[in-house]
Design a protein around this ligand. Sequence first.
Ligand SMILES: Cc1ncc(COP(=O)(O)OP(=O)(O)O)c(N)n1
Ligand SMILES: Cc1nc(C(=O)O)sc1CCOP(=O)(O)O
Ligand SMILES: [Mg+2]
Length: 208
Amino acid sequence: MPPVGRLHLITDARPGRDALTVVVAALAAGADTIQVRVPDATTDREAYELTREVLRMCRDAGAACLVNDRLHIALALGADGGHVGADDLPVAAARRILGPDAILGATARNPETARRAVADGATYLGVGPAYRTSTKDGLPDPIGVGGVAVVAGAVTVPVIAIGGVTAERAGELTRAGAHGVAVVGAVSEADDPGKAVTELLQAIGESR
Ligand SMILES: Cc1ncc(COP(=O)(O)OP(=O)(O)O)c(N)n1
Ligand SMILES: Cc1nc(C(=O)O)sc1CCOP(=O)(O)O
Ligand SMILES: [Mg+2]
């Protein structure tokens, strides 16, 4: 199993976004993990084709490729793993499907859920929303730096903070115990996505 990366770029699922162009720029700038996340309405075939392209680029760049929700696509393509949350397969079932060597991320918003996810086989936890975000609807109130710190202190697996993370905020999250951060808008909405990745890496102490 590859190590859990510290800067996860999640593909922007919103209409009109050019996910592949952003992935190319992010990998060139040193993002170590790409999570392929597509809208619910995207067909499996479309998600498969996108993931195949992203996986090829990740392999060339030495980055990890994870698939959000659709673990059959991760398996079919031999991606590095997947990420599940409360509405997806339970963590234990996801682990059975992916096998012992895959990276398996699970969403956790509090210490109790976090400990259960780890016991069930999660490799890392996506913890948030750290801050308010306009990228995804229906989220609970932000848990803030304090909430991320509480979860990070409750488990021994890497915590990846998510939700409204920017280069200005990433450092306080890693100083509070997060191993790394996951972002959508901070990179995909940037005029220069590569520069945005460089600034995020600097903020978490991973400058190249
Ligand atoms: C790193 C990371 N953390 C959390 C999530 C959210 O997953 P989930 O709760 O399953 O919501 P969706 O992304 O599926 O809408 C994530 N994807 N990545
Ligand atoms: C996909 C996702 N999941 C979240 C959670 O808290 O579970 S927040 C989020 C969106 C993150 O996008 P941005 O970096 O633009 O805020
Ligand atoms: Mg999910």
